[in-house]
Design a protein around this ligand. Structure first.
Ligand SMILES: Cc1cc2nc3c(=O)[nH]c(=O)nc-3n(C[C@H](O)[C@H](O)[C@H](O)COP(=O)(O)O)c2cc1C
Length: 337
């Protein structure tokens, strides 16, 4: 199976609606503390967000998805154009393919052509950092898209479910430490849907990372995606493996985060999930599956419709909590149900 075919399968299976977790994110365990006397003019509400010393118009990061073949380049171009127009940060999909097949570089380079000023994160797998990335490869990741940050994705569950996946995970921590020392850019480490615990977060902080994207369970199950590719008829006990997104956020509240920042992702499906994420300690939320689905179904307009709805609901939500800005959200705005 070629890498290109695998990437195409990933898009079609995540869009098909068959690859969601059975278990939930945990956001349903919380409701908001309605404020009947808000003292706020909704027209003055500021829904912007700060993350890694950048100012964005909304607390939403478009998660890393694709790249490496022509249709992926077209999806990346839509995301890039959209994020440039709306001042939102985004990540490209894994650039491993570009390091192995330089002819695929264009499907990544397109993002900087479409988004000359947007915040764009490069992306590489933790397993590719074992033994260290060469200086040339690090420069390639960054220069191809003039990256503002580098995302390292951790996905042992997905790799172990993938017939052709990586099997060795020894040395990734040292690889992250070495990458951090070789570049001035912020390093963000993310899971891909199985979540980051407090123990792993402490290890990452010790490696010197700048931000952690918890990418917890409750949204896209990458075990399920791979198992559907291998054998669509059989159930696999690992399909539902992972720490729900809310449990990751709660675990991270109990450790000394020093000055690292938190992205909440994995099953972010509404403005309510974004607001709850911030109440639970994240600076920004991120989403993948709804974005790829909107683009595959309706292109740029599909993404625009999704964003317009989330942004307008978020404004109403802030008003009903008596908040004038995103940064006013905190744990007191939630109640358990
Ligand atoms: C089509 C598709 C491709 C993805 N490829 C990557 C990737 O290359 N690198 C990565 O870090 N995450 C990748 N992801 C994982 C997402 O960034 C995200 O962590 C995960 O899907 C959970 O978020 P969700 O529930 O909003 O989909 C991909 C997701 C999708 C839907």
């Amino acid at each position: 199976m070629s890498i290109t075919q695998r990437k195409k399968d990933h898009v079609s299976l995540t869009v098909s609606g068959q690859s969601a977790y059975h278990k939930t994110t945990g956001f349903e365990r919380y409701d908001f503390m309605h404020h009947a006397l808000p003292e706020v003019n909704i027209d003055d509400i500021d829904v912007s967000a700060r993350f890694l010393n950048h100012h964005f118009s909304f607390p939403l990061f478009i998660s890393s998805m694709t790249g490496g073949y022509s249709e992926a380049g077209a999806v990346n171009a839509v995301i890039a154009r959209f994020c440039e127009a709306h001042n939102l940060p985004f990540g490209v999909g894994s650039q491993r393919i570009m390091l192995e097949k330089p002819e695929t570089r264009e499907s990544f380079e397109i993002v900087r052509k479409e988004a000359p000023t947007a915040f764009i994160a490069a992306n590489i797998g933790g397993a590719q950092l074992i033994d260290g990335l060469s200086d040339d490869h690090i420069s390639d990741l960054i220069d191809s898209i003039r990256a503002d940050a580098i995302i390292v994705h951790l996905n042992p569950l997905q790799e172990l479910m993938q017939a052709e996946g990586d099997r060795n995970f020894q040395g990734i921590r040292e690889g992250i430490r070495s990458l951090e020392q070789k570049t001035e850019l912020p390093i963000i480490v993310k899971e891909t849907g199985a979540g980051i615990s407090s123990v792993v977060a402490e290890m990452l902080i010790e490696c010197g990372v700048d931000a952690i994207d918890v990418a917890g369970a409750g949204g896209t199950s990458w075990a399920k995606v791979e198992n559907l590719r291998n054998n669509p008829k059989s159930d696999n006990p690992f399909d539902d493996w992972g720490l729900p997104t809310v449990d990751c956020l709660l675990q991270l509240r109990n450790i000394d985060l020093q000055d690292i920042q938190i992205i909440s992702s994995g099953g972010i499906r509404s403005s309510f999930d974004i607001a709850k994420s911030i109440c639970l300690g994240a600076q920004i939320a991120a989403t993948a599956q709804p974005v790829i689905q909107a683009i595959i179904e309706d292109g740029y307009e599909g993404l625009e419709n999704l964003y317009t709805k989330w942004r307008s609901d978020f404004k109403i939500l802030l008003c009903l909590l008596g908040c004038e800005r995103t940064g006013d959200l905190d744990f007191r705005h939630l109640r358990t149900v």
